[in-house]
Design a protein around this ligand. Structure first.
Ligand SMILES: C[S@@+](CC[C@H](N)C(=O)[O-])C[C@H]1O[C@@H](n2cnc3c(N)ncnc32)[C@H](O)[C@@H]1O
Length: 271
């Protein structure tokens, strides 16, 4: 593994230390499962079975496995060896090795690999927020895509309505943490920077060959991904808010105000 950005070494170590707990946190989390399903809906609406998907920052393989189980061929990359170890074990247990492979690599460093001909570059839940310049990822991935390929990335934007509402509880630091476009995460005893991106910044990184197809929020008025308790303790309120959230998610200005934004672009192949 070659890591271009020294901060990635810290990120990799933080996730290596966190790998044992990661799946326990994301499983049985109705809030997170709902958010994942919204991202899958965007993929299945655009790609037919058999399409080749490159999952960036795939972590323990939750999405890669779901996508493989639904007929896609998936290659996942991640910089954390321990996260990938969990992904590989799960894929073997489910006998998905034919359609699923993993590689320890930074998403900024894909030129090193022999990968090519993907129909989709996919990334979910903020792995891409670890890079200081999102264009580095677009430049690294672009040569690996087929003409007409899609980009479906779910990343954290610089404004999150739910977080901002924490001002009402006097939690000023949390409410404003995204405003500078970057903040610092503390995970497993380590500090590392995260960077927040607007859909316009993502579209600009991909350049004029890629058309912005859609922007939708993930969790505008439901709690953020890290909040497991609300959905479990107040299921009826969660169900009500979820319905409202689904209605608001694709609409202006709410589509820019989620915990995450799903940004979808399509390569305009030559006519
Ligand atoms: C919050 S987890 C998300 C994992 C997975 N996508 C999911 O939805 O559960 C973030 C992941 O990003 C990975 N990551 C961070 N920087 C990376 C980089 N430069 N290249 C590849 N993976 C990276 C971390 O190792 C970690 O597994």
């Amino acid at each position: 593994m070659s890591i271009l950005d020294p901060a990635f070494e810290t990120v990799a170590e933080a996730y290596n230390r966190n790998a044992d707990k990661y799946d326990e946190f994301i499983e049985n989390n109705p809030n997170l499962m709902r958010m994942r399903q919204r991202v899958y809906d965007v993929v299945t609406a655009r790609l037919t079975r058999g399409a080749r998907i490159l999952d960036l920052a795939c972590g323990t393989g939750t999405d890669a496995i779901w996508l493989a189980q639904h007929g896609y061929t998936v290659h996942g990359v991640d910089i954390s060896g321990e996260m990938l170890e969990r992904a590989k074990q799960k894929a073997e247990g489910l006998h998905l090795q034919d359609r699923l492979s993993f590689e320890q690599l930074s998403y900024t460093d894909l030129k090193q690999s022999n990968l090519q001909s993907f129909d989709l570059t996919f990334s979910n839940f903020g792995g891409l927020n670890c890079v200081s310049d999102i264009k580095l990822v677009a430049d690294s991935v672009r040569p690996l895509l087929k003409p007409g390929a899609h980009v479906i990335w779910a990343l954290m934007p610089p404004f999150c309505l739910w977080e901002f509402s924490m001002l009402l509880r006097g939690r000023f630091k949390l409410a404003t943490r995204r405003f500078a476009g970057r903040s610092t995460v503390f995970k497993e005893g380590l500090h590392y920077p995260v960077f927040y991106y607007t859909p316009a910044q993502v579209a600009k990184a991909w350049g004029a060959d890629f058309q912005l197809e859609s922007v939708a929020a993930l969790s505008v008025i439901t709690p953020p991904a890290t909040n497991k308790d609300f959905a479990v303790k107040r299921p009826r309120a969660f169900e009500f808010l979820s319905k409202l959230d689904d209605a608001l998610a694709p609409r202006w200005p709410f589509k820019y105000w989620g915990d995450f934004t799903i940004v979808t672009l399509k390569h305009e192949s030559a006519r």
